[in-house]
Design a protein around this ligand. Structure first.
Ligand code: NAP
Length: 460
């Protein structure tokens, strides 16, 4: 395996063109070895959750696209194969037969389930589907969300829950300059949602959201955050623990919540939207009969040591009436045929990025990075370190790899994937989206249908 030259580079496949996939490319290029990289993506567009998951009004984060673009253009031998679905357009076993190593970076796109009665009533939605819808993901743009009622409940208190609340709380003018595609924006503009509840099962000291994201509520033109001061009584040992462990995030969260609670009793102008933060409530049942009408919660008590406080159900109940609910309780990865998978954790089993097969052994030449490796945690940038760890594993194994059985992956792709989208094709879509967006004062006006992307590129 040491005889690799520029004429005979290591062949690497990357499955999934999200941030982790690009961070893997970045780390691979830093190894300074001859490489040919093939990145496969189901959609014609790259960037995964950065395009389809990061909030459409988080402009700074969206700018990471230009960083990933530079990575793509750094190497002459980087091939983006968009509009190519694994298991449909090409089998993973076929790809593996042509490469030295495969990195799976497919992320975690599915919402976890609550597994409670009424979860599937009409108007009960996963956060993943709503977020993908307002981001114009082609697989979700035709979903329907009935925003004609006055009240929405969001279950879970992570940053995704805050994103959803912010999008629902913004005025049409505030939404207009975001990346939300026009047809979706028009539906959001008609929303009648006025009362938004964000419900957590634990307390403010354990809240998952981050202060910067919570602070964005204070910038909203027509929304007020309501916090019940009695929810903010925190045990002395928990505060001591947060202080001693220098948990700045949760201490700051508590401070911000306290600030909101000071004005929560003030009279609210009739047209103002409210974002009501509730703690210590676990959903027990969504009530119908057909459309959701209310949610019954258990009022929880907290137990366990200060560093691991858990919510325990009590017999005390509370009901919140609502017209729509978003279940925002974390994401799960999805299984790829013939690749080992841990259904419970929603990840591919691995040690430091090396995939572990069903026999408990290291699967030679197969690596994993990002949310499908470690679960859905951290910000986009957290995937950089994660990808670097997996690429280090690859570089340590490099002399033990078996090498490809077949040669000529590029030719094989050219002859079999007829409607593939290259990186240069994507750049044409990107330029068009930016041009159309600039006419409306938006960063981009997205293509929201794969058919339209392929027609624009004259691929169909
Ligand atoms: P998350 O941060 O893990 O939050 C999940 C929430 O759901 C928590 O409040 C959790 O409560 C709750 N939950 C889980 N299971 C539950 C159940 N059975 N019943 C009731 N509540 C339950 O997940 P996320 O919001 O989906 O975010 C995923 C990752 O993306 C996070 O790392 C997040 O920071 C990141 N993200 C970042 C940004 C940003 O930086 N702007 C934006 C969006 C997402 P417990 O704490 O009690 O488990």
């Amino acid at each position: 395996m040491n005889d690799h030259t520029h004429n005979s580079p290591y062949k690497i496949a990357i499955i999934g063109a999200g941030p982790s996939g690009f961070y893997v490319v970045d780390s691979l290029l830093k190894l300074n070895i001859p490489l040919e990289i093939f990145m496969f993506e189901k959609l014609p567009t790259p960037y995964g959750l950065l395009r389809g998951g990061v909030a459409p009004d988080h402009f700074k984060m969206k700018n990471l696209e230009s960083y990933f673009e530079k990575i793509a253009f750094k190497s002459q031998s980087f091939h983006f194969i968009g509009n190519c679905e694994i298991g449909k357009d090409i089998e993973i076993s076929t790809i593996r037969s042509y490469v030295d190593a495969t990195f799976i970076t497919t992320g975690a796109n599915f919402s976890r389930n609550l597994n409670i009665p009424g979860e599937n009533l009409k108007n009960s939605h996963t956060a993943a589907s709503f977020v993908a819808w307002y981001n114009g993901h082609p697989d979700f743009v035709n979903e329907s969300f009935d925003l004609s009622g006055h009240s929405a409940v969001i279950i879970g208190q992570g940053n995704v829950a805050l994103d959803i609340a912010r999008i629902l709380a913004k005025t049409p003018e505030e939404l207009s300059n975001s990346e939300i595609p026009e047809p979706i924006l028009n539906q959001l503009k008609k929303s009648k949602i006025k009362t938004i509840h964000i419900v957590g099962r634990r307390g403010p000291a354990q809240s998952k959201f981050t202060p910067n994201e919570f602070n964005e509520f204070s910038e909203l033109k027509n929304a007020k955050v309501i916090v019940n001061p009695t929810d903010l009584t925190i045990e002395k040992n928990v505060i001591e623990y947060l202080t001693n462990s220098n948990n700045k995030k949760n201490l700051k969260n508590i401070e911000l919540l306290k600030k909101c609670s000071l004005t929560s009793n003030e009279e609210i102008p009739p047209q103002t939207k409210t974002i009501n933060i509730h703690f210590h409530l676990s959903p027990l049942e969504f009530n119908g009969p057909e459309d959701i009408s209310s949610i019954e919660f258990s009022v929880n008590k907290m137990t366990g040591p200060a560093n691991d406080r858990r919510a325990v159900l009590t017999s005390k109940k509370e009901t919140i009436p609502t017209d729509i609910v978003f279940r925002s309780i974390g994401y799960l990865g999805s299984k790829i045929e013939s690749i080992p998978f841990d259904d419970k954790k929603g990840i591919i089993p691995n040690v430091l990025g090396r995939v572990i097969n069903n026999q408990g052994e290291i699967e030679k030449g197969m690596y994993v990075a990002g949310w499908i490796k470690r679960g859905p945690s951290g910000v986009i940038g957290s995937n950089k370190r994660c990808a670097s760890e997996s690429v280090t594993a690859f570089s340590e194994d490099i002399n033990k790899l078996e090498g490809p059985k077949n040669i000529g992956l590029k030719a094989f792709i050219n002859s079999t994937i007829k409607q593939k989208v290259s990186f240069n094709d994507w750049k044409k879509l990107d330029s068009h989206e930016k041009l159309e967006g600039s006419k409306k004062g938006k960063p981009r006006e997205k293509f929201i249908s794969v058919q339209n992307m392929l027609k624009f590129l004259e691929i169909i």
